[in-house]
Design a protein around this ligand. Sequence first.
Ligand SMILES: [Zn+2]
Ligand SMILES: [Zn+2]
Length: 409
Amino acid sequence: MCSNLDTDIPVALSKIKLDQLQFCKRCQGKPFVVIQRKDVFCRDCFYEYGSHKFRSTIGKTRKVKPGDRILVAFSGGAGSSAMLDMIEDGLNKSANHKKLMFSPTILYIRELNYANESDAIITQKTHKIVERLKKSCLSSMISSMEMIYQDKEKPTFVDLGDFDPLDKDCPIINDKAQSKFWSKINSLSTDTSKEDFLRISRQQLIQKVATAGNFKYIFVGNTCTKTAIQMLTDLAQGKGSQITSEHSFTDSRFNVEILKPMREFIKKEVLFWNILRGTEPVEWSTITTFKSNKASLMKLTESYINGLEHDFPATVYTIFKTGNKLKFPDPNGVICKLCKSVIDPEQRCSASNALQLSHQLSKNLDDVFINDGSDRILCYSCNNLVNEIKIDSTVSPQKLGIADYLLYD
Ligand SMILES: [Zn+2]
Ligand SMILES: [Zn+2]
């Protein structure tokens, strides 16, 4: 039953006038969080609500079987921190019907310093994440973003115990691969493209590790709010036909299927779960962290959705659920070489084709990106991404091309 402890009432509640104060909708106990107007929970009922929602999101698709090896992608952020806590909590439950039966391993990908923060801040954030992993009862692996360009015969991840960020001989610290990664990011002219490139790289690196480790599924901590943001950003970038395959519970575009057990939680629920459980997320700064809301399509959409969630939380669910109702693309369609989405075969007169034609007309036919045509199987959005690459005159044109951006196959 509900706790009667007189512990802190979070700030969100303290702003509600006393005469408006409601009580837990399940047990009439002391309120802890108001998700929507009438969704008031006390601490205990919110805990039950959250852990039940997590289990039922995984259970209702009947995908995950007892003993399945799952790679849990942990970024340190709010969504994946809550997911990791819910997994650990679920594995420790005494009641068999509530106990999670799969076999998880954590993967943390060490990001680069995209926002040019001081060494002290980067060290502090890395330390916090490593300490969180050490506290976990699960085995953990660490990789780094530059591992996408690691030599094929070398390892792309290490066990947590073998990771030392200051050790230059650590297999996942590779200066050459890192400078190649930076040169790719810097060759893109807009922050929207840079964010897209990072997202694709991260997805493919996780796939690389999951395939090497023979995992059955990958769990990612994408929340309902994050999914709504990404859906609208994808729409704005011309990826409307790919939304269903990328943002449904199961993403089957790659070798190892990606599952999203946090996708029914809005951001507010995740934040309060972390408060309730004393979990401290570590937000790694992105390319646009210290820039204006107009820096990229993603950031602009994020500020719009965050405002919506604050004032009209039900609207975020509506966007999320509308995305779920869209039809899946024809599985027999052509696959985009970069993001692995299906390109609708019916789109013979699509914006993608128009874009390609206009590039052919406006550029010399010997252009490096329009070589033999077979390399150019890209969706509209990836076409745009590749077209943004600034050609570096010091690099031989033959060395630039789609193949250079195919990170993983
Ligand atoms: Zn209650
Ligand atoms: Zn694509």
